[in-house]
Design a protein around this ligand. Structure first.
Ligand SMILES: Cc1cc2nc3c(=O)[nH]c(=O)nc-3n(C[C@H](O)[C@H](O)[C@H](O)COP(=O)(O)OP(=O)(O)OC[C@H]3O[C@@H](n4cnc5c(N)ncnc54)[C@H](O)[C@@H]3O)c2cc1C
Ligand code: SF4
Length: 333
């Protein structure tokens, strides 16, 4: 690990004043310290925001849900209003990682975590994204956990579980810098590799996530999230689905179908949403939506199984959100 200085900040202004010359924000530190130990990043200065009290707190109002970026995954999972009204988000936070990690991991850090691609994470390998190679070795190499959609430039997947329901719930992210504040929709937050191989998000150097806002759901909204993986716990998903349905009885008025680790960014499936919208939700429509979501998938040499796993995740999570199926005991977390 490189030598670095450590600045402990108590206010947003103090933190913004320190974010210069390659300094990096540290929240829970789980991903950041990993990356530093692996030698993937080497910031000269860490700006610790963990003691900035104004970045904590969960507020639920008639307008929606406001999360400070330092809210932990455990706090989200345990919050009764989030469980009741934003259950897909509570599911995602509560089934990420392990209890110890969830106690430390912040939601801001969670949506900002870097890809898990093993070529990216190891200094023993070069990689197009790291700028050390012109080729992406995942395309022809070990790619069993990689993307099955939009995977021709860089086949990484974004590992954040909470980003999946946040995208489906039309959340927005508040970014603050010395220049002021701006608000970015979750749908614009992640940057696909075709636009930038360097940045996974629109967050610029010197910017801090200072809030995440989820608008109040329309009456009749139900949501759910489930993730599937190799191990029962302690692991990132290899397929996950976040579903938001606006229901009128058994009929679906609006749907958001989001997949987390299918592509380099969390993505909505317009095809699956079109299948569900205006229909009665039952096993047949859930299955048709799941199939539509994988139309056009371009699996790599070792990850064809993910197209089936995503269909299972979407089918079962649509029915879970609609209240027609229990949580799947084979879903992990
Ligand atoms: C064993 C294990 C299993 C895991 N499984 C899952 C899983 O299933 N699902 C899942 O989603 N995650 C999983 N994780 C990842 C974990 O949830 C993330 O590493 C964690 O949420 C990161 O949050 P943090 O607060 O520690 O972020 P940090 O490590 O402090 O920061 C991460 C990144 O975000 C930036 N950052 C943090 N806060 C801000 C801010 N306010 N503004 C701007 N930039 C910021 C940092 O600069 C850094 O680049 C797992 C981790 C482990 C160790
Ligand atoms: S998938 Fe992306 S991060 Fe992984 S080796 Fe290819 S270019 Fe690098």
């Amino acid at each position: 690990m490189n030598k670095f200085s450590f600045v402990d900040c108590k206010t947003v202004d103090e933190a913004l004043g320190q974010l210069n010359n390659g300094a990096t924000v540290k929240a829970g530190g789980i991903d950041l310290l990993d990356l530093m130990k692996e030698g993937i990043v080497a910031p000269p200065k860490l700006v610790n925001i963990r003691n900035v009290d104004s970045l904590r707190g969960i507020t639920v109002s008639k307008d929606g849900l406001h999360l400070g970026p330092l809210v932990t995954l455990s706090e989200i999972a345990a919050h009764p209003d989030i469980q009741r009204t934003y259950s897909g988000l509570s599911d995602a936070a509560g089934h990420a990682a392990t209890p110890q990690v969830r106690n430390m991991a912040t939601v801001g850090g969670n949506i900002m975590q870097r890809p898990r691609c093993w070529y990216f994470r190891s200094t023993d390998f070069d990689c197009r994204k790291k700028g050390t190679s012109d080729v992406c070795h995942a395309l022809t190499g070990e790619n069993q956990y990689h993307a099955v959609i939009n995977n021709s430039t860089c086949a990484m997947v974004h590992p954040s579980s909470t980003a999946v329901p946040l995208l489906g719930m039309n959340a927005t992210v508040e970014l603050t810098s010395k220049r002021g504040k701006r608000t970015v929709a979750m749908s614009d937050f992640y940057v696909p590799p075709e636009k930038s191989l360097i940045n996974e998000t629109v967050v610029q150097p010197g910017e801090l996530i200072t809030g995440i806002f989820v608008p109040a759901p329309e009456p009749g909204t139900r949501s759910a999230y489930q993730k599937y993986g190799e191990k029962e716990s302690f692991d990132w998903p290899i397929a996950d689905a976040g579903i938001v349905l606006v229901m009128d009885g058994n009929r679906c008025r609006k749907a958001a179908v989001v997949m987390g680790v299918a592509a380099p960014t969390p993505i909505r499936s317009a095809a699956a949403e079109a299948v569900l919208t205006g229909k009665t939700i039952d096993e047949a429509t859930a299955r048709a939506a799941a199939k539509a979501a994988m139309q056009g998938a371009t699996p790599l040499s070792q990850n064809g199984y993910k197209t089936q796993l995503f269909q299972t995740a979407i089918y079962r999570t649509v029915l879970l959100a609609a209240g027609q199926m229990q949580r799947d005991p084979s879903a992990i977390g």
